[in-house]
Design a protein. Structure first.
Lengths: 447, 298
């Protein structure tokens, strides 16, 4: 009896172990082919393509709708959707460039374009666009930004899908109660920040971004106040111009005086959550968080307007990354991948996508659709980007080192500025030196 | 015959335990410390620990847009949303599969390796132990590209097997060291006695040693399960299909570049945390025994 129990136990153990090993070894997988250096093929324009979304999750539903429409219109092409969180997209693509496994088509925004292009991972799209029905129908500025961001040779590696823009959100109920005017100028902005602050009651006029992503917002405030309209003056950056230094000093001085102390570590998630659930007068973010504010506050308690204008009555703001779609060079089915991009940026689909994402459409016809007027911040942002009222300071996304300089190298320094451990001048001088060096290297490499 | 005299013999004195071995009622250090000195820091610690959990529950259970500090009216919409619309049901299944498979493989291989380290002497044993320890200092991110290439060669990209193997490999060094310490604590003479009784090494190990390793196996197994349950990097890099992704990757996709659904994120966080909390609630007794036993003797 004992022997039979022992045998059955032994058999069960063997079956369990065998099953685990077999399942592990035979679990269906693929070879992840397609690395950075592969030349790929145009393919038949039919079959399966893989699409990596660079902002997966929240946009998954709308992309799946676009894909369903595409597959209906092109029954011989199947699109496999892979949603990847925006924070992890670059590392996932970089790993695939080195090790293989790149998709056929993927999200390629201006901020990541230079890095991917430098690794020879993207297919040039100028000729395909020239021969497409899309030619002339896409926003020229967005196309120019993506051309300029691709590494400096003017090649188009990504077809724009949408643009974002900085927005100053403010609480209309708090402004009305305090008898304040709309913060359309930097002077009224500072006045409101001061007047709406009552730290003892945990009420603040503004929330500043001190954590991840702080640099672009700080630069927006500096250039917005200084009125300087170009990032470069010859080969040197205007970043540490005395006007920018003075503007940043004034802006950073808001920290803890008219903002919560917790802002020091705020990335956009915490900043938006804090604004949506607290008593804070103003917030700088982009169009992307509009729906979050609507959910939290309703449409009546806040407005989203373009950045304040400077003393000369002119609005200056730094560029927001343009998002787009690119074909990866290693794709074995580039024709089908291109068909998908063409379809996704067509009038109807681009409109549908941007309405859901709350962004400015890249397709000129989509930008004229009625929904744009219904979402006020999008309408105002679209107008600001196109009516000539705003000068855009183009940030150097084309520099391969831009992401490192504007994030890992200098975000901790900006926190020091907020804490008073570093002067605004030292901060801007340090960053300017790094940028000037990166620009010189880039020029040397690109002739 | 028993004489009277004999009965009169004084009874042998009952042996008294020596003075030193008598149970003496000591006042414990516990009794000398005022209660408030114990409970105040514990309460403060508890508040700091529990407030974030309460905050997660609050966001998960109150309606979107509510700023109430209590989750009322209570809603399960966020849970429904992440479970159905955001595919957390699928992610959960995948995470359970990866976690259990990693647990089984890590425990079995660590058992074999740990036994060899504990019972056999071989030339490079110390160097091998050092290599195992040093391997703990290598971050997984450094090995991503080589691992990716290996799995691509094996046609295992986009397969849960790649994640299970990678997790097992990264769990093994520490697990083997722990298990070998547990085995060293089991007297070798027990195994020898079993051999004398006719068992071979394998049977002696299974019948005599294995039952005594239960705390250690639970410690190592739970550690492997929890680590693979929470691990993000390998699942993100080696899996592409949404129906193969795991909970940590799913949680990550609830935050977009410019927008975040805090209710869904909190609900997803609770779904991710509950199995780990349940596992620890059941095994904490063995876990503490296991880790302390493995740590003290080596």
């Amino acid at each position: 009896m004992k022997i039979s129990i022992l045998r059955s136990r032994r058999a069960a153990l063997a079956v369990a172990l065998g099953s685990v090993l077999a399942l592990t070894a035979t679990a269906c997988g693929d070879d992840g082919s397609g690395a950075g250096g592969d030349k790929g093929e145009d393919g038949s324009g039919k079959g399966k393509i893989v699409f990596w979304d660079n902002n997966g999750g929240v946009r998954t539903d709308i992309w799946k709708e676009v894909i369903a429409d595409f597959q209906k219109a092109n029954p011989d092409i199947k699109v496999e959707y892979v949603g990847i969180a925006s924070t992890e997209y670059q590392s996932k693509v970089d790993t695939a460039i080195q090790g293989g496994g790149l998709p056929d088509v993927g999200g390629v925004g201006a901020a990541m374009l230079a890095g991917f292009a430098a690794q020879d991972a993207l297919e040039p799209l100028d000729d395909r666009l020239a021969g497409s029905s899309l030619d002339g129908k896409l926003n020229k500025d967005m196309v120019s930004v993506l051309k300029a961001s691709g590494g400096g040779d003017g090649t188009l590696y990504s077809i724009p899908t949408s643009a974002n823009n900085g927005v100053l959100y403010y609480r209309t109920d708090l402004f009305k109660k305090a008898g304040l005017d709309e913060p359309t100028t930097w002077d009224t902005f500072y006045e409101a920040a001061k007047k709406l602050t009552n730290a003892k009651k945990n009420e603040f006029g503004y929330t500043i971004r001190g954590g991840a992503g702080s640099i672009a917002q700080a630069l927006d405030a500096a250039y917005g106040q200084s009125g300087i309209t170009s990032f470069w003056n010859g080969d040197k950056t205007t970043l540490n111009d005395p006007k920018n230094v003075a503007a940043l000093e004034k802006y950073a001085a808001l920290y803890k005086k008219d903002t919560p102390a917790a802002d020091l570590n705020n990335d956009f998630t915490k900043m938006v959550a804090q604004w949506d659930s607290g008593t804070i007068g103003m917030l700088n973010h982009n169009l992307g968080s509009y729906q979050d504010h609507v959910k939290a506050l309703g449409v009546d308690k806040f407005r989203g307007i373009p950045q304040p204008v400077g003393a000369n009555g002119k609005r200056v703001q730094v560029s927001n990354p343009v998002d787009g779609l690119g074909v990866f060079k290693s794709s074995k089915n580039k024709d089908a991948a291109w068909k998908f991009i063409e379809f996704a940026t067509s009038h109807a689909e681009n409109s549908k996508f941007n309405k859901a994402a709350g962004q400015v459409p890249s397709n000129n016809d989509a930008a004229k659709d009625a929904w744009i007027s219904e979402a006020e911040p999008t309408k105002l942002a679209a107008a600001a980007l196109t009516d000539g009222s705003t000068s855009i300071v183009q940030l150097p996304y084309y520099l391969p080192d831009w992401n490192t300089i504007s994030k890992a190298d200098n975000e901790p320094n900006f926190q020091k500025v907020l804490l008073g451990d570093m002067s605004a001048k030292d901060f801007l001088d340090t960053m300017a030196e790094q940028l000037n060096k990166a620009q010189a290297e880039w020029k040397e490499q690109n002739g | 015959m028993i004489t009277k005299e004999a009965t009169k013999v004084a009874p042998a004195p009952v042996p008294q335990p020596p003075e030193a071995t008598r149970p003496v009622k000591h006042r414990r250090a516990w009794d000398e410390v005022p209660r408030w000195q114990i409970y105040t820091p514990l309460s403060i610690y508890l508040v700091f620990t529990l407030i974030p959990f309460y905050w997660i529950l609050l966001f998960a259970l109150r309606p979107a847009g509510s700023t109430s500090l209590v989750p009322w009216p209570i809603t399960f919409d966020h849970f429904e949303k992440v479970w159905t619309q955001r595919s957390f049901g699928t992610y959960f299944e995948n995470s359970v599969y990866v976690g259990l498979a990693t647990l089984v493989m890590t425990t079995l291989v660590a058992l074999a390796g740990g036994y060899a380290l504990a019972r056999f002497d071989f030339k490079i044993k110390n160097a091998f132990m050092l290599a195992l320890l040093c391997s703990q200092f290598v971050p997984g991110a450094l090995l991503l590209v080589p691992l990716f290439e290996i799995f691509a060669e094996l046609k295992m990209i986009n397969s849960l097997g790649s994640v299970i193997i990678a997790e097992t490999v990264f769990q093994l060094p520490l697990s083997m060291i722990l298990i070998s310490n547990f085995i060293k604590n089991v007297p070798y003479s027990l195994e020898e006695a079993a051999w004398v009784d006719g068992c071979n090494r394998m049977t002696a190990f299974r019948i005599v040693v294995l039952p005594l390793l239960r705390p250690g196996l639970i410690a190592v197994g739970s550690f492997a399960f929890v680590h693979s349950w929470n691990h993000f990097l390998f699942a993100l890099m080696f899996l592409n299909n949404q129906d193969k992704q795991t909970i940590p990757v799913g949680l990550n996709t609830l935050m977009s570049a410019d927008s975040v659904d805090l209710g869904a994120l909190a609900a997803g966080g609770i779904i991710a945390a509950v199995p780990v909390v349940i596992v620890f609630a059941f095994i904490q007794k063995w876990l503490i025994t296991g880790f302390s036993a493995g740590a003290v003797k080596g």
